[in-house]
Design a protein around this ligand. Structure first.
Ligand code: TRP
Ligand code: ZN
Length: 491
């Protein structure tokens, strides 16, 4: 402490204007400190609430409005950044006073009229508009995605900045209100609860409120024609949004299968049951609303655990079992990923390994397999079947490229790691660990080191070796069943 004070004092000779701190206010860092994405998130403040007051016109693809970001400073700040990609900023205010701002790549740099003191609460208003630019990378597209009749947002790992100014890193969670005006006849859907909708001069505003803090990448928006279904089940408020085009969508005309819309209805119809099943293993559902969003767009290539309301690519709904497994996966993330969230993207297996293990538990519940069978199945697959790098990826630190971050090994070997833990500590300790991890870290960020320490504490065992072998060592851990020989080439 003293040393830092001395350095600051030596570095500058100017007195602090407000006399309040231990040195001159400094600019907040342009990144929150995640080595995978050095410019994601920002330093010097914490966001408490985002209020997004937006309008989206599918005819022009233009998004316009004002984001009001309520935050508090964690240091004396002369300036600070928000993350924003593309879009046109029209004005920025801090506490109602016009602020100086500039754009530097994904950084919106804001210099308030007067410096902010540590712990000071402040409000930033950013008025902006433009056609949001979709992110494109090795795994397809993410962030703000334009569709035939509107848009959908799937922002992991850092797509929030494609549609609102944000501290775009999971370390900083905040509550979110979204009001979106769309042409009358269309729906606008987001997280949390629907507070109301009203129509003026041909535009309908949909007002959503999510009180439970969430990471920016978990905020979603779906605009278009949706069959919006509000209901209550098992004491929980649901809003499902299903694109009516799916009712007649036959994903596989060659075979006699159900239409996508039928599978969607069936799978979403089991949501309350799936949540109840997960509660038995993980403890109480951490949020006060639920539901699912399925849009008829070929561009969204994955599902995302958007808080309280996961969003799904339509191709998941070609087979009823596959569909329910994906719905289980996204709900499991509400405990592991959303409520308990990452401090660093490096630890992504804490999200994906847990959600994949939930799939195995669901398959067992449905009488289709057991976690042991899933584990053995993967252990005995040949390298040809698994892909050459399945056992090479360091799943405890896979790397920032999305095809590494979301590599199948992170999902499957992540779940295998949990099963290896279960085998080591026994069922009682294992499920106490899963439930206790969710309960004791609800609303907090976590790391793998903390998980290992927690598992050791609950089980009373030394687990370093197990986790080192499973998370940080390339190659198959010792003691696995033999890999089956590669299948003979077809004659
Ligand atoms: N987290 C998502 C899931 O539940 C997957 C995901 C998010 C993803 N963003 C992605 C996959 C980008 C590929 C590319 O599984
Ligand atoms: Zn997942």
């Amino acid at each position: 402490m003293a040393a830092a004070g001395v350095l600051v004092a030596m570095g500058t000779g100017t007195a602090v204007a407000d006399g309040g701190g231990g040195g001159d206010p400094q600019p907040g860092a342009p990144g929150i400190g995640d080595p995978y994405y050095p410019l994601d998130g920002n330093g010097g403040y914490d966001v408490d609430h985002y209020d997004l007051d937006l309008r989206y016109d599918p005819a022009t693809d233009v998004l316009a409005g004002t984001a009001t970001v309520s935050a508090h400073a964690t240091q004396d700040l002369s300036s600070f950044d928000l993350d924003l990609q593309g879009l046109e900023v029209r004005s920025v205010e801090v506490d109602g006073q016009e602020a100086v701002w500039s754009r530097q790549g994904q950084e919106l740099v804001i210099t308030p009229h007067r410096p902010l003191r540590e712990d000071q609460e402040f409000t930033v208003g950013v008025t902006y508009d433009g056609v949001p630019q979709t992110q494109e990378d090795a795994l397809g597209i993410s962030g703000f995605i334009h569709t035939d009749d509107g848009a959908v947002v799937a922002g992991e790992p850092h797509g929030a900045a494609t549609w609102f100014p944000a501290n775009d890193h999971p370390r900083d969670a905040a509550s979110v209100d979204v009001r979106v005006a769309v042409p009358e006849g269309l729906e606008g859907v987001s997280n949390g609860v629907l507070c109301g909708s009203w129509t003026h001069h041909g535009w309908t505003t949909w007002a959503w409120s999510a009180d439970e803090p969430m990471a920016p990448y978990l905020v979603t928006l779906a605009v278009g024609e949706f069959d919006l279904r509000a209901y209550e089940a098992e004491g929980l408020a649901f809003w499902d949004a299903v694109d009516p085009d799916l009712a007649t969508f036959d994903a596989d005309p060659e075979t006699e299968g159900p239409l996508v819309g039928e599978v969607v209805d069936h799978a979403l119809g089991r949501q309350a049951e799936i949540i109840g099943f997960l509660e038995e293993h993980f403890g109480p559902y951490p949020f006060s609303a639920a539901g699912g969003i399925v849009d008829d767009t070929p561009d969204l290539q994955f599902a995302l655990e958007t808080q309280t309301r996961p969003i799904y690519a339509p191709f998941f709904f070609v087979d009823p079992v596959f569909a329910e497994v994906v719905v289980t996966h996204e709900y499991a993330h509400q405990w592991y990923g959303d409520s308990v969230r990452l401090d660093l993207w490096r630890d992504i297996w804490l999200n994906e390994g847990f959600a994949t293990y939930a799939e195995w538990l669901w398959l067992e519940h449905e009488g289709l397999s057991t976690p042991q069978q899933e584990f053995d199945f993967l252990a005995t697959l040949s390298d040809e079947e698994l892909g050459p790098d399945f056992w090479q990826v360091t799943i405890g630190d896979p790397g920032p490229a999305v095809d590494q971050l979301f590599h199948p090994a992170v999902y499957q070997r992540g779940a295998m790691t949990l099963h290896a833990l279960r085998t080591e500590v026994g069922d009682d300790a294992f499920f106490t660990i899963l439930r206790g991890w969710a309960e004791s870290n609800a609303g907090e960020t976590v790391t793998t080191e903390e998980f290992v320490a927690f598992a050791e504490e609950v089980s009373g065992r030394e687990l370093d070796e197990l986790f080192t072998a499973w998370l940080y060592t390339a190659g198959r851990p010792a003691g696995l069943p033999e890999q089956a020989p590669a299948p003979a080439p077809a004659p």
